[in-house]
Write a protein that binds this ligand. Structure first.
Ligand code: ADP
Length: 481
């Protein structure tokens, strides 16, 4: 019995309410990154199957957009409740395919369910406007209508939350969706879809297509029926999808790479900054798009910060996510390990001082690593590491910190620790980022608008702004009154 069978969930794609294999019978294996063991085989769909999913979403749109908001909200609320009811099973599946420690997986299920609840609530607040007209015989009405058939392409680092923060607002708005989960973590997405079905999401409203990314992506992007794509993933793939969206002029939400700076000023609360550093750097083994990529630490606090962070890092336990003692699971694949190794070697080659770690432990497990005195032109300053490497860059002046923090093509998240309110406001204002954590590293929540600028993409997820991404404005001018 597989993990999925155990809960009555299928290793099949979901098209038009039917759990189906690929039409040519092909499959793709899913592996546990902690052990390398094959844990499942999911259908490997291509362009033709994807076209069927698009047709199903188009057919289902008619009734779903006509459904009153309260009904859509009730269905989403049931989905939310089912996610919490099955939280342990979902967490187990997530840890098996993604590797994160069970405690983090459980936390992600609650976080992911939070988006479903939030957008269930928002569904009933999709109201309109009445604008005073220029003539007394006129009235102006503004309606907000669903965008239509939408698509989502999600990454492997948050197998549940990246799905619900796209599916929930789409469904709440009255859109239908075709979801393509990451090939590394399709099981969590399929389990969520099974729960959505149980909650009463009608056939064709949510379709899940697993398989060939380029073929599925191509079919979604070529189709004039698909009016919007929401993508979370790497900047190169995001750029490509942006180009592919041009012929059909699709709306896009792109949540791409980051290179988050974590700026610590001399006047910061040292323990709070170290707490923030531990969370902001080592959560999910450093594999989140808002993970700290480089620490910028002012001269006067630098040595104490490095010493305290080093001491705290000794508490980290590298091991399989299924072991309750583990706080750092495996990286997702060999390519990820090679990249972290490359960033470590580069920082050391340029004169960085290796304080802790620096090596692969075994398999896909990497030691939590601390490098001090990293020069500002090291790879970690430009490229997203996506691993448990903390590199510390020293600075002297506030202006220098702002310049270094902004000296990247990315603009997703930045963190700032200071107790000077003037400096806090000045620097938070000067940081060219979509999100700023001010004396706080836990910035992700369904109630706030998550997203970036520059090469980190466009659009926002969560908050009332998150549902606006799935709505169009229609204005009706009434005359002759
Ligand atoms: P990563 O390198 O971290 O896996 P990617 O951007 O490659 O990040 O992957 C994020 C998502 O984009 C995954 O679901 C992946 O399958 C998908 N993807 C990758 N290449 C393409 C493509 N050519 N067209 C559409 N989706 C793609």
């Amino acid at each position: 019995m597989t993990l999925m069978d155990l809960h009555g969930w299928r290793e099949s794609a979901l098209i038009d309410g039917a759990w189906v294999p690929a039409s040519d019978g092909k499959g793709t294996a899913v592996y546990d990154p902690a052990t390398g063991a094959r844990i499942a085989v999911v259908p490997s769909l291509g362009a033709e199957d994807t076209k069927r999913a698009i047709a199903a979403a188009e057919k289902a749109l008619v009734a779903w957009r006509a459904c009153v908001a309260g009904e859509r909200a009730d269905i989403l609320m049931r989905w939310y409740a089912l996610m919490l009811e099955h939280a342990e099973a979902l967490a187990r599946i997530m840890t098996a395919e993604q590797g994160k420690p069970m405690a983090e997986a459980r936390g992600e299920v609650v976080y992911a369910a939070g988006f479903v609840r939030w957008f269930a609530e928002e569904a009933r607040r999709i109201d309109g406007e009445i604008i005073p007209a220029p003539r007394s015989t006129q009235r102006i009405l503004v309606w907000r209508e669903p965008v239509g058939v939408t698509a989502a392409i999600t990454p492997w680092n948050f197998p549940a939350a990246m799905v619900t923060r796209k599916v929930a607002p789409a469904l709440a708005a009255g859109c239908t969706m075709i979801l393509k989960p990451a090939p590394e973590t399709p099981l969590t997405a399929l389990a969520l879809a099974a729960l959505a079905e149980e909650a009463g999401v009608p056939a064709g409203v949510l379709n899940v297509v697993t398989g060939d990314a380029a073929a599925i992506g191509g079919a979604l992007m070529d189709s004039p029926v698909v009016r919007k794509l929401s993508f979370t993933g790497s900047t190169p793939v995001g750029r490509m999808l942006y180009a592919q969206a041009a012929p059909t002029l699709k709306r896009l939400s792109l949540e791409l790479g980051g290179n988050a700076p974590f700026v610590v000023f001399d006047d910061a609360d040292l323990e709070a900054a170290v707490d923030g550093a531990m969370l902001g750097k080592f959560r999910n083994a450093g594999q989140t798009c808002v993970c700290v990529n480089r620490f910028l630490v002012q001269d006067g606090i630098h040595d104490r910060f490095v010493e305290r962070l080093h001491a705290r890092m000794a508490d980290l336990v590298v091991g399989p996510g299924t072991d309750p003692r583990s706080t750092i699971g495996p990286l997702i694949n060999e390519r990820a390990v090679v990249k972290v190794d490359d960033h470590v070697a580069d920082a050391v080659r340029r004169g960085g001082r290796l304080v802790a770690g620096g090596k692969r432990e075994r398999g896909l497990f990497y030691q939590p690593t601390l490098i001090a005195d990293v020069p500002a032109d090291a790879k970690i300053a430009r490229d997203e590491t996506f691993g448990p490497l903390a590199g510390i860059i020293r600075f002297r002046e506030e202006a220098e910190a702002i310049r270094l923090a902004n000296d990247t093509e990315f603009g997703l998240a930045a963190y700032l620790y200071t107790r000077d309110i003037g400096r806090a406001m000045r620097v938070a204002g000067a940081l060219e980022y979509g999100m700023v954590g001010l004396n706080e590293a836990a910035i992700s929540t369904e109630v706030a608008p998550f997203g970036g600028i520059k090469a980190s993409g466009m659009g926002r997820e969560g908050s009332r702004h998150g549902i606006a991404e799935y709505l169009e404005l229609k204005y009706v001018m009434m005359g002759g009154l």
